[in-house]
Design a protein. Structure first.
Lengths: 299, 276
């Protein structure tokens, strides 16, 4: 009886850990995207809310963002190995938020370069252990912080074999250390959280910087954008809606500051009519107003 | 272990979980272990604190950003010469330093309503105790769900706060037949519980601890406090009248730095900063 119970327990643990493989879609030739669920990372048992991209060249593979847990990292690797046996040489993290980085650990044994913006380590040091404390559901057990091994200061090209990726470090937009990746072969921009589709944008850097950046992106030839959250979209669709939100946010907050509407009132009353445009609006919009307000009041 | 004992144990633990989940909290939300200690330090045992509606405290139920929690204190009486609110204590029971600060007001304010922004480090009652000119104490309290506000890393614009440290802004606007003033000072207001992002050492506490504003040498408002004000402290308050002359703001921080700024007030009440 005792042995039987142990057997049931071990089997049960096994099926809980061995989750379904992740569903990656081949968006263009050799570029695969896992679309995260539009949800708050802390409301999800497995926290798989951010998009993950991998790109296959003729000699190696690059991954952009690795999800929120060691186990998700393992699942990503499993999905890659269904497509190719080429070495995984580059793990690129778009920024330090916890839903984008904690699968890195699963790739340490592949000895890739862990690539990030040059300001990423400071943010990782400041926020990493705080994040791990919050990711305390059983699914995250054993997840660790992995330090980057290569920092990007300026536009840099890496080659996957007949496939060049341009790494574009930004100054201050969604965060102060965003790193975007442009696949030249397919003119696809893997934008990280510079672009949100359907998911309410989240401001953790500079509103002014973010708006300027999106205006610049409008001038560049891009055939499609992989956002940090939400489905892959055409450039026009992806940029239009987020730009509208950010610009109206800037205008409303600037007016509120001018009219001495205090922060509490502003955070509860501004732009509520945008709620229908975005999912998770209640979770993030108020926070965006507070961040924008504290930035703009000193402009 | 026999099966019967195992079942018994499982059943008991189930019963325990059900009871625990349905039990009413023993401590009401607005009480805390810290409150009696804080109270004993600030007030004498003879002083009674009334729970009345002299003031209304408005806080979010759950803070979206624990490092910047907006607080509104609404006075339900006017500041008259015979009876007015002279002190406001703002307290977060479960913060490492629970007294956010003490504000001093007078009839000159017309209305003792205020807003500011604070850090909240753990789920806590937030309370405002006002002392009226007759020496009586009145309290209003809310429970706020927020955590990590004192240790949260500084915002992305923190480097500007450092560069601008000591820079002040003062604006005024007619409101409710009075003048609402908005005073801001740029300061990182390090709580002492934050970590330097590069060195991973604690950043020493460095926060605004004294603010005093005067108009033609008459005190408008004064604040003295601890680590719990948010980065770039901000304060909205009222004045009954704007009179021509000069506003002087004097601020000092816990590292002993002093800052001053003056504004010229025109006959129409317009404010213009004066060069130092």
């Amino acid at each position: 009886m005792k042995k039987f119970l142990w057997g049931v327990m071990i089997y049960w643990c096994h099926i809980t850990i061995q989750a379904q493989p992740l569903l990656f879609t081949e968006v263009v030739d050799g570029l695969f995207v896992f679309e995260g669920k539009i949800a708050d990372v802390f409301d999800e048992k497995k926290g798989m809310v951010a998009n993950v991209t991998f790109i296959i060249g003729s000699t190696s593979v690059a991954i952009i963002d690795t999800g929120s847990s060691y186990r998700q990292g393992l699942l990503i690797k499993q999905a890659i190995r269904q497509q190719t046996n080429l070495p995984i040489k580059y793990i690129i993290n778009s920024h330090v938020h916890l839903d984008h980085i904690f699968g890195n650990q699963a790739f340490v044994i592949d000895k890739p370069q862990f690539i990030s913006h040059h300001k990423y380590p400071a943010q990782l040091n400041a926020k990493g252990s705080y994040y791990l404390n919050r990711l305390n559901a059983p699914w995250y057990a054993g997840t660790q912080i992995i330090q980057p091994t290569r920092l990007i200061h300026q536009k840099t090209i890496i080659n996957l074999g007949n496939r060049e990726l341009v790494l574009m470090p930004l100054i201050n937009a969604h965060t102060d250390h965003d790193l975007m990746v442009f696949d030249q072969k397919s003119a696809t921009l893997i934008a990280g959280d510079i672009i949100f589709v359907n998911h309410c944008p989240v401001l953790d850097g500079s509103l002014i910087g973010w708006i300027n950046l999106i205006s610049q992106l409008q001038k560049i030839h891009i055939s499609q954008i992989v956002p940090g959250h939400g489905p892959v979209s055409t450039k026009k669709m992806a940029l239009m809606k987020i730009k509208h939100y950010l610009i109206t946010l800037r205008a409303a907050v600037t007016t509120a500051i001018k009219n001495q509407i205090n922060l509490a009132t502003a955070s509860k009353t501004l732009l509520l009519d945008h709620a229908q445009d975005w999912q998770l609006f209640d979770e993030f919009h108020q926070r965006n107003i507070i961040t924008a307000y504290t930035e703009l009041e000193w402009e | 272990m026999g099966m019967k004992r195992l079942h018994c144990l499982l059943f008991l633990s189930y019963v325990y979980v059900v009871i625990a989940a349905n039990a009413k909290p023993v401590v009401p939300l607005l009480q805390s272990i810290n409150w009696p200690i804080i109270k004993a330090q600030l007030f004498s045992p003879e002083q009674k604190i009334k729970n009345d509606n002299l003031i209304t405290l408005i806080t979010p139920v759950r803070a979206v950003n624990a490092a910047i929690v907006p607080i509104e204190i609404i006075a339900n009486i006017a500041q008259s010469k015979s009876f007015y609110i002279e002190k406001i204590y703002l307290i977060v029971d479960n913060n490492p330093a629970p007294v956010v600060g003490v504000l001093t007001l007078s009839p000159i304010n017309g209305l003792a309503s205020l807003t500011t922004r604070i850090r909240i480090n753990a789920y806590s009652p937030v309370r405002v105790i006002t002392q009226t000119s007759d020496g009586q104490l009145h309290m209003s309290a809310n429970f706020v769900k927020a955590s990590g506000g004192c240790s949260a890393p500084a915002s992305a614009s923190n480097k500007h706060a450092l560069k601008r440290r000591g820079k002040m802004k003062l604006r005024q606007q007619p409101k409710q037949g009075l003048f609402q003033l908005h005073f801001m000072i740029s300061h990182p207001n390090y709580s002492g519980l934050q970590i330097n992002q590069l060195t991973r050492h604690w950043i020493p506490a460095d926060y605004v601890n004294q603010v005093k504003l005067t108009l033609n040498n008459k005190q408008l408002i004064a604040f003295s406090g601890g680590i719990s004000l948010s980065e770039n402290p901000s304060l909205h308050f009222y004045l009954e009248k704007m009179v021509a002359g000069k506003v002087l703001a004097q601020v000092s921080d816990s590292q002993g730095r002093n800052y001053q700024q003056q504004w010229q007030v025109s006959a129409k009440g317009q404010l213009k900063p004066l060069r130092q």
